[in-house]
Design a protein around this ligand. Structure first.
Ligand SMILES: Cc1cc2nc3c(=O)[nH]c(=O)nc-3n(C[C@H](O)[C@H](O)[C@H](O)COP(=O)(O)OP(=O)(O)OC[C@H]3O[C@@H](n4cnc5c(N)ncnc54)[C@H](O)[C@@H]3O)c2cc1C
Length: 387
């Protein structure tokens, strides 16, 4: 008996049409190169430009700045789902479109938008956001990168270092979270846009990771970088609040990727359990394995319903910090459990990187760490409960 998995959907025909074009793009422009990019530790710049030309980046940017002006996060999640389906963890499109560019769209002046948005939409410019430092990750208020305004030169002088920055090597436009007032607590944090080629801005190592090997994750160094005051994003001192306002979308984006990965793992595991024989039977016919797959399918369904609801709420402007924290920690912890069970079902082959399940395993490990760890999400939820 063949059976197909029915997935609760929030997509309409236009999203499914878009999905087809994303799928065609990935099969032609990403899948054939991914293995080489994993060896290189980064994707090519060309794939960014091709993604831009194919209309896959930053749909929400207004038409006057080169975007499609479509504010419907379902298009973003279609891209995330299709990338997960083929294990394309290299191109940092989601972090660019869902997380970083929205800061420029929402906080930028018209002049800043004219300068950066068209290139970010076309893929000519690649973005990064630099919050984490060697000494401060979860505790964002502990950052030490400083920017001192020099009225004589009409610029900020930026000093410090960042680490673990996604798109760190390829990026042309980096939103740097820095301290503009050492004595003002969270009100002393600002966002400065640092551009490729600015004197004193250097990249360090492209860090060697457990998974996501085709995505560049790098150290950045700022040594007396003169950043023009025109590159201040939002008001001075409002950086922390801006980050808090944008983090829910980042977390829903990560949750959407988690659910897409869970569904991919279910598909891979089910296919393998039907095909692989042991003791003269398909391994999926052993009751234990059937139960593992039944649990996986149930978890995938529940997670999908939850995240679908979050995506619709995000579209309606109804996602608060607490809901985003719930979606982020719960789906990513579930992803780790499901992918681990998928590896077990694959036996020794599950440990071989040539099998997509093994790549899903190494790629998944970071999900509960970046974008705010599981523990930090639970702190946020705990606070909302008044404890
Ligand atoms: C592949 C990758 C990509 C990344 N991309 C980016 C990026 O693009 N930009 C960027 O700025 N950063 C990025 N990061 C950094 C990431 O966001 C941080 O690693 C993460 O926020 C955790 O910070 P940390 O590593 O300093 O851990 P720490 O903050 O030192 O935490 C260590 C452990 O202590 C726990 N902990 C800390 N505080 C508490 C608390 N109050 N209660 C309970 N437990 C606590 C944490 O949950 C964790 O388990 C990336 C990281 C990786 C690995």
């Amino acid at each position: 008996m063949t059976a197909s998995i029915q997935r609760p959907s929030i997509y309409e025909q236009e999203h499914e049409d878009f999905r087809q074009s994303v799928r065609t793009f990935l099969e032609k422009e990403v899948v054939p190169h991914h293995h080489q990019w994993e060896k290189d530790g980064q994707v090519s710049r060309e794939v960014w430009q091709r993604a831009g030309a194919a209309g896959l980046l930053c749909f929400d940017v207004d038409e006057e700045y080169g975007g499609a002006g479509v504010r419907d996060f379902r298009y973003n999640t279609v891209v995330a789902e299709e990338m997960a389906r083929v294990g394309a963890s290299g191109p940092g499109f989601p972090v660019h479109s869902d997380i970083i560019v929205p800061y420029i769209s929402s906080l930028g002046t018209p002049e800043q938008k004219r300068r950066w948005l068209p290139g970010l939409v076309s893929g000519e410019l690649i973005s990064a956001i630099a919050m984490t430092e060697p000494g401060a990750g979860s505790d964002l208020q502990g950052i030490r990168t400083s920017a001192v305004f020099e009225p004589g030169r009409d610029c900020y002088v930026l000093n410090g270092s960042k680490t673990f920055i996604s798109n760190g090597i390829l990026s042309d436009v980096v939103i740097v979270v820095c301290r503009t007032d050492p004595d003002a607590g969270h009100k002393g944090i600002s966002l400065l846009v640092v551009e490729r080629g600015m004197k004193g801005f250097e990249r360090g190592r492209n860090l060697e990771k457990v998974g996501m090997k085709a995505q560049d994750t790098a150290e950045l160094f700022f040594d007396d970088v003169e950043v023009p005051k025109e590159n201040l994003l939002g008001e001075e001192g409002s950086g922390f609040i801006s980050l808090m306002m944008n983090l829910p979308q980042e977390r829903i984006s990560i949750a959407a990727m988690a659910v897409a990965a869970i569904e991919q793992v279910l598909d891979l595991s089910l296919a393998y359990a039907k095909e692989r024989q042991a003791f003269g039977r398909p391994i999926g016919s052993f009751q234990h394995n059937r139960f593992v797959l039944a649990e996986m399918a149930t978890n995938a369904h529940v997670a999908r319903v939850f995240v679908n609801d979050c995506i619709l709420k995000l579209n309606a402007g109804e996602v608060d910090t607490t809901l985003a924290a719930m979606a982020k920690w719960w789906t990513t912890e579930l992803q780790k459990q499901v992918v681990d069970a998928g590896v077990q079902l694959h036996g020794g082959y599950g440990y071989m990187l040539e099998y997509p399940i093994a790549k899903a395993f190494t790629d998944s490990r970071i999900q509960t760490i970046y974008g705010g760890t599981t523990e930090i999400q639970k702190e946020i939820i705990g606070r909302s409960l008044g404890i």
